[in-house]
Design a protein around this ligand. Structure first.
Ligand code: CA
Ligand code: CA
Length: 342
């Protein structure tokens, strides 16, 4: 009878071991240590120490099944000689506290235990085998994630003889299962909702339109723009008088200078090639100054921002061989270009 039950229990443990995931170490703890029997007085046995071993399979974080075995001699009371005492129990264990593999060490896992088994007391001339149920409590102290010590006390009740034995045990445990602490859930990758390359956690400007250049905070960079203006004023032969038809263009330059009020401008005067160079130099200077005067007098542009420069006849833009070409060379020009951000 005993052999059959023990064999069945071992087979159960073996099955549990095999059915664990192939890649992970089976969640088995091997236990062993020293125990101490305090037998029911009816047994007329002296209290006795015994070694014990246990093979424990964890069903999860808190439940285990353990097959526990003891085997030693005990003395009959009153010098009656020795008997051989063996016992085995198949127990359920319910743990409390942080489970194995939590990454925690140096902590206590209390447990409760209950189950059933047999005790075999063999004197030689007589042999009793009794079925027992037991209940008890203890704790495991985890020195590492894998290694611990444990102690418990349990009452074993004989269903056959109604005797109650006490078994105290202490020992060491070695857990063979996976003790890698669960990886913390990876923080979800930050999302870049508006697709500007700056993730939402850093983006201070959500909803940036696609294609917009942004800075490190995900906000649109100022858009660089270029503004330019080119003034061309032509003059009658030998004249430095600004014709009225150019006033609007000059007003445009004045507006530009008012908008970009840190700009200065060179106003260039030119002539055609007719007449002496010296004269033309002077004429070109007067033409440039005439345009400057309009800017200053009619539009209030500060004279300090305006430089009238005469180039005489030195920089023709057209041939001086024709009337039309010479008309185009008699001119004042001003060109401004500015980059700005909006
Ligand atoms: Ca973004
Ligand atoms: Ca943005």
């Amino acid at each position: 009878m005993k052999r059959h039950l023990l064999t069945a229990a071992l087979a159960l443990i073996a099955t549990l071991t095999i059915t664990t995931t192939a890649n992970a170490a089976p969640p088995i703890t091997v236990n062993g240590g020293a125990g101490y029997w305090m037998f029911d007085s009816d047994r007329e046995l002296e209290s006795s120490g015994t070694p014990w071993i246990g093979l424990e399979y964890a069903w999860g974080d808190y439940w285990s099944t353990e097959l526990m075995y003891t085997n030693d001699d005990a003395n009959l009371e009153n010098g009656g000689g020795k008997v051989d005492v063996q016992s085995w129990q198949l127990d359920m264990m319910r743990y409390v506290g942080d489970p194995l593999g939590s990454g925690r060490t140096n902590y206590i896992r209390p447990y409760f235990v209950f189950g059933g088994g047999e005790i075999d007391i063999d004197e030689g001339s007589w042999d009793t085998v009794e079925t027992q149920v037991n209940v008890g409590a203890g704790f495991r102290y985890m020195l590492t994630n894998r290694f611990g010590v444990r102690a418990d006390a349990r009452v074993l009740h004989s269903l056959d003889e109604h005797e109650n034995d006490l078994l105290f045990s202490a020992g060491l445990n070695w857990y063979f299962g996976d003790v890698t602490p669960p990886a913390p859930a990876a923080a979800p990758a930050p999302v870049d909702s508006d697709g500007d390359g700056v993730t939402d956690d850093r983006d201070q400007c959500p909803g940036t339109p696609a294609g917009t250049r942004v800075d490190a905070t995900g906000c649109p960079l100022p858009v660089a723009k270029v503004a330019s203006i080119r003034l061309l004023v032509n003059f009658a032969f030998d004249s430095s008088q600004v014709q009225e038809r150019y006033f609007q263009d000059i007003a445009g330059l004045a507006d530009f200078l008012q908008k970009f009020d840190d700009l200065n401008v060179e106003v260039e005067g030119h002539t055609d090639s007719q007449g002496p160079d010296d004269y033309n130099q002077s004429l070109s200077q007067r033409r440039a100054q005439a345009v400057v005067d309009v800017l200053v007098n009619q539009h209030g542009i500060s004279a300090s921002r305006l430089q009238a420069v005469g180039y005489g006849e030195s920089r023709p833009v057209e041939t001086n061989e024709t009337d039309a070409g010479r008309a185009k060379n008699r001119r004042v020009m001003a060109t401004l270009e500015v980059e700005y951000e909006e």
